[in-house]
Write a new protein. Structure first.
Length: 124
């Protein structure tokens, strides 16, 4: 069966990353996990056309989610980036939108909400 799309999940909390991957894989998405912004950047630059959507935590150690989003917009503008966070201000959310995030999910993110958002932003 053909995958529904290829998703990069950038999340430093392994439990959250696995729950995201499980929900997406249950819906036939091909999922690749990255534990840091640096690892995600390496993955994307190695395979620039390899992903349809990236789901990225705002609060990553090292290269932050915001910094990764900015780099991705310059390198892979076709990639749809969904940002996630347990706490973020309206000002940060507005900045993420201006940087090119296509959606924002507040944690905890429920599986149905995650899948619906990915389907909504998936390129056609």
């Amino acid at each position: 069966m053909e995958p529904a799309g290829r998703i990069l999940v950038v999340e430093d909390n392994l439990l959250v990353a696995r729950s995201f991957a499980s929900a997406l894989q249950d819906q036939q998405f091909d999922v690749v996990l990255a534990e840091s912004g640096e690892q995600a950047w390496e993955i994307v630059t190695t395979d620039p056309m390899g992903f349809d959507v990236a789901i990225c935590d705002v609060n990553l150690t090292g290269l932050s989610g915001e910094e990764l989003l900015e780099k991705l917009r310059g390198f892979a503008p076709y990639l749809r980036v969904v940002m996630t966070s347990g706490y973020v201000t309206d000002a940060v959310r507005e900045k993420l939108n201006k940087l090119g995030a296509v959606a924002f999910l507040s944690k905890p993110v429920f599986p149905g909400e995650l899948v619906a958002t990915v389907r909504r932003v998936m390129p056609t």
